[in-house]
Design a protein around this ligand. Structure first.
Ligand code: ZN
Length: 588
């Protein structure tokens, strides 16, 4: 394939796999790969149900697919934000105007540094030990390794506890007898846990008598234990009057969760104030539990912040972007700076992406090549830009971009977007996992919608926000339908249909029907199918551009026989229609 050519299409054939949405049925798609497409061509493709993943373009086969995946878009100018979205925006605005996020980033940086130093030390020790151990016998080596692993875990616990519990240390030490007494009434001792954790506390935190008690209450983790229980005990006894447990949980617990999930243990704060500890073997169980707990913490958090915000509540639509700072490729949101940059692969972006995958999706397999192909490789030609005729300082950049969100010098989120003459299409969004509690994903969509609205003042045709595919049978995708009013693409007529209550229930009905029986068309229009498609209209095939031995020419001018390729182009015709076929160059 000649890499200089744009709009070259190389057929990959049809693809079927287990459906990634429902994980049950089968998903069928048509695909081709390309070097690059013009953004305007991609726009036409999205309007025929295509979507890109890097330089691979695919379209679902509606007649075979288990899940009904409709292309969805919204006119950014018409969107009326829902109450929940306004709440998220307000909470976020409040947070980015304060130092809450900034402090979180600093905390995280310190901890990461600590962990990295630890890992380095351990690595050094390991190499040293390995050399020594080479001469030793096998069983002994195993024992030493196990002990080392224990030490790493212990060291991490110690560091984390040191870092975060310093401020509570003194109070605990002063009241420890009282707390122990309190808990003795409820729990029995268990030697194993006592020994392990007692040592950590005694040696490293200089606390004299800390007793650890396994739980006799409903057993959710491996065991209930330690410090937070003590804090809770104190709290219960009104000793922590200006540090009630809810506030404590909000400020501290999400961070601890995130930290420990990447290590040997996962700690979960119960709404009762107790702390559950799960080992990694038990992570799945822990995650379910974590979600429940997180939800109640989030609710609590939202409640507090919304109460504060209600004072200056305006019933208007969301304004996150500071319009005084607004430029086509940079703007401010509170303390946060957002830059629109070409979708190049940088180490900074990749490191953030890796942490996001690991901690939010529990996926540690991501490598740089995959990341580059998925979110960086510029599948769209990104050379062209349009100057506004209304204000010459405003530029519409076309192609693939990263919206990079910064707090100070720290990259905290990246929105991957495709921009064409008429729309912004959201490709992906990833963020620093320490902000999980703030609904960063929805926030990102709100910012992107507002960006379209602001740019529309200078580029009247630029007004749509594309959200990829909308599915009703999977909860993860439902939020896309919340940016109302929005439209779904009819997979038969390729016209846009407003997503109404009636359409939603119609889709639900179809989704539950047998694949062979269900109707595909959602448009009420009775037009006789599809723009330029008529079965006897094949005369233009000769005019189609092809690429043969790196030369671009019309099919009729090549030495290929049109008749022999009829089947191939019939196939292409069904996928693209005439207009798109005339734009693409078919690689042979
Ligand atoms: Zn499915």
């Amino acid at each position: 394939m000649n890499i200089d050519n744009i709009n070259l299409a190389y057929f990959k054939g049809d693809h079927s796999s287990t459906c990634s949405y429902c994980n049950k049925g089968k998903s069928y798609s048509l695909g081709f790969s390309t070097n690059k497409l013009y953004p305007s061509t991609y726009q036409s493709m999205m309007d025929r149900g295509w979507r890109r993943c890097g330089t691979y373009y695919y379209k679902y086969n509606f007649t075979l697919n288990c899940c009904l995946a409709y292309t969805i878009r919204a006119d950014a100018l018409l969107i009326q934000h829902k109450k929940g979205q306004r709440k998220i925006a307000k909470t976020f605005l409040k947070v980015v105007q304060s130092d809450i996020l900034k402090n979180k980033v600093e905390d995280m940086k310190q901890t990461l540094e600590l962990i990295n130093n630890n890992i380095k030390e351990e690595k050094q020790k390991k190499t040293q030990n390995k050399q020594q151990q080479k001469q030793e016998i096998q069983p002994k080596q195993k024992l030493v390794q196990e002990k080392q692993q224990q030490q790493i875990v212990s060291q991490e616990i110690i560091n984390s506890l040191k870092l975060h519990f310093q401020q509570f240390q003194q109070i605990i030490a002063q009241n420890i007898q009282e707390v122990v007494q309190l808990f003795k009434e409820y729990f029995e001792q268990k030697e194993l846990i006592i020994e392990q954790l007692q040592q950590i506390f005694q040696i490293n935190l200089n606390i004299d008598t800390v007793k650890i008690f396994p739980s006799q209450v409903n057993h959710k983790g491996d065991y209930y234990t330690n410090f937070i229980m003590l804090l809770y005990g104190l709290n219960k006894k009104q000793l922590f009057q200006d540090f009630p447990v809810n506030k404590f949980a909000l400020k501290f617990i999400p961070f601890v969760q995130k930290y420990f999930i990447s290590n040997q243990f996962l700690f979960i704060q119960e709404t009762t104030g107790f702390l559950s500890i799960f080992t990694k073997d038990n992570l799945q169980k822990a995650n379910v539990h974590l979600n429940q707990i997180q939800k109640s913490i989030d609710q609590e958090k939202n409640k507090i912040l919304i109460e504060q915000n209600d004072i200056n509540q305006q019933k208007q639509n969301i304004k996150l972007i500071d319009t005084f700072t607004f430029n086509s490729n940079s703007f401010q949101i509170g303390n946060m700076k957002v830059l629109l940059k070409p979708a190049k692969c940088s180490n900074e972006n990749f490191q953030l992406y890796k942490r996001y995958c690991k901690e939010i999706h529990n996926n540690i397999k991501e490598n740089k090549t995959q990341y580059k192909q998925f979110l960086c490789e510029e599948g769209l030609d990104s050379q062209k830009l349009i100057q506004s005729q209304i204000d010459a300082s405003k530029i519409l950049f076309l192609g693939c971009f990263h919206m990079r969100y910064y707090l100070g010098d720290n990259l905290v989120a990246v929105g991957v977007v495709d921009i064409t003459e008429t729309s912004l299409s959201s490709v992906y969004y990833f963020y620093d996992p320490i902000f999980e509690e703030f609904n960063f994903g929805t926030f990102g969509a709100l910012v992107e919608i507002e960006y379209v609205k602001l740019m529309n003042q200078y580029f009247p045709d630029f007004k749509y926000y594309y959200l990829g595919f909308y599915l009703q049978n999977t909860n993860k995708m439902l939020y896309k339908g919340d940016f109302e009013p929005c439209e779904l693409l009819c997979p038969e007529t390729y016209t846009w249909v407003e997503l109404t209550k009636e359409l939603r229930s119609e889709i639900d009905k179809r989704q539950s029907q047998n694949i062979n029986q269900r109707q595909i068309r959602i448009s009420q229009q009775n037009i006789e199918i599809i723009d330029d498609m008529k079965s006897n209209d094949k005369l233009f095939y000769g005019q189609i551009q092809i690429c043969l031995n790196d030369q671009i020419m019309k099919l009729s001018e090549s030495n290929l026989e049109v008749e022999k390729l009829t089947k191939y182009f019939d196939n292409a015709y069904c996928r693209f229609g005439r207009q798109l076929m005339e734009k693409l160059i078919f690689e042979f």
